[in-house]
Unconditional design. Structure first.
Length: 355
């Protein structure tokens, strides 16, 4: 353990010589206190995209929702609507160079008034800790809401029939890259840097990942950014490790590079299709000062385990150079291994794949 700590320190010394890194970790005492304060002080949020129609103003016959969805014309309903005030938990925090606003607006109704549905800490510092990229900090837990989707359109009205005079209808439109709007409800994080650089956010995406999306939205035009670097693993740090493990040792965390397809859905690393596990990752993108960037998933529960800011691309400052790899060999758990060890190892402070 001491040796792996030394190696990590070497990586951070090399990094700090190139740039100053700022880290936000939600598991620190001061942020935990801020979360408690946020939960104790919800606010009511009204948004032009959150609309409610009272049945006493206008009667909508059965089938209205289906007809409007088919035609795409909601004007008869929207014309009679007023803004919905929804309970929202808003936490403003961040680092010296990056303001972070965490917004959670879960839904309407009694359930939305419960703080546990607004914000909650989850995960643990064992199998769900986000780690495995050399030079990147470990994040041990993540901040999430029960409803993590980044919704946009939200319409609430009542259809009236003889048998059921008030059937409540709720229409929600998930955030899409072509909507041209900021997210209006659900859970999302907004980053506002005061200088140019790179943000790397630790994220959690819930299991059953078929079609799960990851969006980083540029607030200048509310378009999704394509140029993302995603390095991650699935729950318990075991699913992306393909090396040998010694007797009594556990499989180490191994962050592999993932991608998003044209629909911004996660593409599984190395063709792995086991989707029934939560996903943990570092997501890196380039930022410009004074621009808002929204981080969200539009159809899935989503969480943030922390973030860090670099003025230089972190991919260029986390490697530790060595003239030749002739030193002792360690696995990713920090245990010394022999020359015959197969898999990802650390030698001379550098990650190497031994086959």
């Amino acid at each position: 353990m001491k040796k792996i700590f030394t190696l990590i320190c070497v990586a951070f010394v090399t990094m700090s010589a190139s740039a100053q890194r700022e880290i936000w970790d939600p598991n620190t005492d001061d942020i935990q206190a801020l979360i408690t304060t946020t939960l104790d002080n919800p606010t009511k949020v009204a948004d032009d995209n959150l609309l409610k129609v009272d049945p006493s103003i206008f009667v909508f016959p059965a089938g209205t929702r289906d007809e409007c969805q088919t035609s795409g014309d909601w004007s008869s309903i929207i014309a009679k609507a007023s803004k919905i005030e929804m309970t929202s938990w808003i936490m403003e925090t961040g680092t010296t160079s990056v303001k972070l606003k965490v917004v959670s607006t879960p839904d309407t109704g009694d359930a939305a008034e419960r703080p546990s549905n607004g914000l909650q800490m989850a995960g643990n510092d064992g199998g769900q800790a986000l780690k495995g990229v050399e030079g990147f900090p470990t994040f041990t837990k993540y901040l999430k809401a029960k409803n993590g989707s980044g919704g946009i359109g939200y319409l609430e009205f009542f259809e009236v029939t003889d048998n059921n005079p008030e059937t409540r209808r709720v229409i929600e439109t998930p955030w899409t890259p072509d909507c041209g709007k900021a997210p209006a409800k659900g859970f999302y994080c907004m980053f506002t840097p005061s200088k140019d650089g790179y943000i790397t956010a630790g994220i959690w995406v819930n299991k059953n990942q078929a079609g799960r999306t990851v969006f980083v939205v540029d607030g200048t035009n509310f378009s999704a950014i394509r140029d993302l670097t995603i390095q991650g693993f699935r729950n318990n740090n075991t699913y992306e490790f393909h090396g040998e493990v010694g007797e009594g040792e556990s499989k180490p965390a191994t962050c592999l590079k993932w991608e998003i397809n044209d629909n911004y859905e996660l593409v599984f690393a190395e063709g792995d299709t086991n989707i029934n596990q939560a996903f943990f990752a570092y997501v890196t993108w380039q930022v410009k000062k004074d621009v808002n960037y929204y981080l969200l998933g539009n159809k899935n529960s989503f969480g943030i385990s922390g973030f860090f800011f670099d003025e230089t691309d972190p991919a260029s400052i986390t490697s530790v150079s060595a003239e030749k790899l002739d030193g002792p060999i360690y696995n990713l758990a920090g245990q010394r291994v022999s020359e015959n060890y197969k898999g990802v190892v650390i030698q001379n402070g550098k990650k190497v794949v031994k086959k």
